[in-house]
Unconditional design. Sequence first.
Length: 293
Amino acid sequence: MTRTASDLSESEGKWIDAHSHTWPSETDVYPLVEGLTKADLDPRSFTDDELMAVARPEGVGRVVLIQHSVYHLFDNRYLLDAVRRHPNRFRAVGMVDDGRDDAGERARRLLEHGVTGFRITPFIHKEHPERWLDSPGMRALWKVGAETGQAMCCLIDAEQIERVDRMCAEFPDTPVVIDHFARIGVDGRIRDPDLESLVRLARHARSHVKISAFYALGRKQPPHDELIPMIRRLMDAYGPSRLMWASDAPYQIQGVNTYRASIELVRDRLDFLSGADREWLLAKTAERVFFFR
């Protein structure tokens, strides 16, 4: 049985990291996508054990593992194996090829293996990225998500928010999670029109936003305080129960950036949060969205 945040001891860590990538160095067991070799892995490995070695000291006891399309695309086996080894610790956000006729049924079957969400993104649709949400398989994923509770986790730029907004209107019962603030600030500038687009999405009751990937946004280095006004604006729009903190490790732990700097921003320095708000951002939202079974 899955334990809730209140069931977890302090030694295990009560917080949830809602987004981390993991991969092994054993490319013979978990083959890379065509054209890549082990030399392309950076870092060479970031296993679930390596992840927990940096997460646990910060009070993180559970993690949502995100399929990394760059290395494994639709081959979710490493994530499934991690969930099987540690069913109370991990849930997975997998990927399904929406070009397949059976995309919806594949998604439904993966729920039994701890896959409670799916990463969807225009970045893998090289030929027609503007039509990334239009395929029958993609629409099947959204329909299944409404029935199973599996979330559509959108890796997008701000220009794609309007397209996701239309899907939210068409599939109002499908949980939706916007990764990394919709990458607002990735070029160093946080533009008001982009943020307002993300704020408008909050009118859909099942939309959520990950407060994450600080290393990639704004000044791209600790203490990440330039992101605080954006977080506050999203708090006003979504409320704490639809926002969730996430690290985006291992990328958050490279160069001058650290795992601690990521969680510290939410855990220790957002003075407009109440204690209850922090519980939502650091555990309860991700628990409800991803650890529901």
